[in-house]
Design a protein around this ligand. Structure first.
Ligand SMILES: O=C(O)c1ccccc1N[C@@H]1O[C@H](COP(=O)(O)O)[C@@H](O)[C@H]1O
Length: 214
């Protein structure tokens, strides 16, 4: 069954709507050196994570430049998992793993040369359409067939992200058969605000596609 993560909530109302829609995971973005309306400050990130109920996974999405920076953010926000975009090498992810109890989701571009190295040092891989600054939230899709190959060849869970919407998520699930799908800008009414109807449709369409392929 393909799970669903909705990323980039910025207030309690959107977080609660994402949970009510049936998402498996909620992403909070903090500590990213890119210009995005979805980033929140440390205190807001910690409050949003604190309000995620049991049995739903809270994910801190961040772009640290050092292991210590990642540890400091994880300790402050206390998520269930940390999603690391850019900045850390596979070996540094291994070092991070020894210093935190949270699961690590490593973000890679579908055409990166060192995907297997990241897979060896992470609990899951998130394959995204990464921009020139290493950030996500691009709203762009990538070659889903390449990600399907990763699903078939790697042992770690693979999360599909990049340009997903309520309209294309069913086709994405059918093509890639990922462990989970992840969306940020594709379910917004404006930058940083979730469209609750779109969130519900995204979760429903991803779930129905999963049931159809079972
Ligand atoms: O969403 C952002 O602004 C962002 C900024 C920096 C790093 C990661 C970010 N988001 C992640 O990118 C994926 C894909 O986003 P989209 O659906 O294409 O808009 C998103 O799921 C976040 O995990």
């Amino acid at each position: 069954m393909t799970r669903v993560k909705i990323c980039g909530v910025t207030d309690d109302e959107d977080r609660d709507a994402v949970v009510a829609a049936g998402a498996d995971a909620v992403g909070v973005i903090h500590g990213v050196p890119v210009d995005t309306p979805r980033e929140v400050d440390e205190a807001t990130a910690a409050d949003l994570v604190d309000g995620v109920p049991p049995l739903v996974t809270s994910v801190l999405v961040t772009m640290p430049t050092t292991v210590q920076e990642a540890v400091t953010r994880v300790d402050a926000v206390e998520p269930d998992a940390v999603q690391v975009h850019d900045g850390l090498s596979p070996a540094e992810l291994g070092a991070l793993d020894s210093r935190i109890t949270q699961s690590i989701v490593a973000v890679v571009s579908a055409d990166a040369p060192d995907i297997a190295d990241y897979a060896a040092h992470a609990d899951a891989l998130l394959v995204d359409s990464v921009d020139a600054d290493g950030g996500g939230g691009t709203g762009e899709t990538h070659d889903w067939e390449r990600t399907r190959d990763l699903v078939d060849s790697l042992d770690v869970p693979v999360v599909l992200a990049g340009g997903l919407t309520p309209e294309n998520v069913a086709a994405a699930v059918e093509t890639v058969d990922p462990f989970a799908v992840d969306v940020a800008s594709g379910v917004e009414s404006e930058g940083g605000r979730k469209d609750h109807d779109a969130v519900e449709r995204f979760v429903r369409n991803a779930t129905r596609a999963t049931e159809g392929s079972a």
